[in-house]
Design a binder for this molecule. Sequence first.
Ligand code: ZN
Length: 334
Amino acid sequence: MSGGDPAVYLSFDIGGTKVASGFVTLPDRPGGTPVVTGRCEIPTEAARGGDDLRERIVALAVRQLDRAADEGTTIAGVGIAAAGVPDGETGVIVSATDILPGWRGQRIYDAFARVTDLPVRMIGDVGAHGLGEASYGAGRGRDVVLSIGVGTGIGGAIVTHGALFTGAHGVAGHAGHVPSALGRGFLCSCGTREGHVEPVASGTGLRDLYNRRREEAYEGRPVADGDVPEPALSGADVAVRAGLGEPLACAVLADSARALGECIGGMGNLIDPDVIVISGSVVKAGPIWWDALRAGFAESALALVRPTPLVEGELGGDAPLIGAAAAIDRHVRS
Ligand SMILES: [Zn+2]
């Protein structure tokens, strides 16, 4: 790249349902805003297996690099936000759930090396989201950022001075798998029923908590029986019902958010972040959710941690693409 020009990276966000790609232009000055262009996505089609997915991602990369060349855009490197637990040094997916069969063990750097000489850097998708928000979103300008994503599941990332903290095994930041009494008896995505917060505080967790409480409250009474509510279909459904003032939905939303807030308070006590960024579909659940989250946080946070701002993420769905670009940018500049 020529001196002073903003760097452009080819980014990928590999998830369970789709693989998104785009050219990310990172700002050449602090406080600037990244720009994502050349968006292109393909369905993950996880059932076709990990080898097939890897090859389709490489084919997408070839198309995107051709497109950049046609447009006269110089690409400085490739950043990848990958589902599962990737090893950023070796470029191997070291762990993946059943959502992506055959994804574990894939050698991503080797596959890219067959089609490009550009430097490639891969990090986890949740970590990329956090790195994006910490570097260019709601956490920009702050030294220590705790990022929590609350959607279908719950994930997290710790970013210190622009670097993602991945831990000894790449597992750091698994914010959904911290103990919470509210989660006891609910099956977590990690397999435990001993009480993790994810199965009662994620979007699907909100739905499951609502439906469990509904069963307990209206046991044996048919839905047709006057004021017995229908089972909830999703977390968003619970939030809509709470917005309409349905008492059961309000209570479930508040209890769920309070439990999550208490867990985040504990994480805050451990990490002492400058800011805590909360993203994902559930942050749209409304003021009942946010008030309870903040109340739970205030209850469990130490006095010095309590004033830490809990803010909503700013980058939305682009956060992993931008975070992946930040990761390769940091790699090529180091
Ligand atoms: Zn768990």
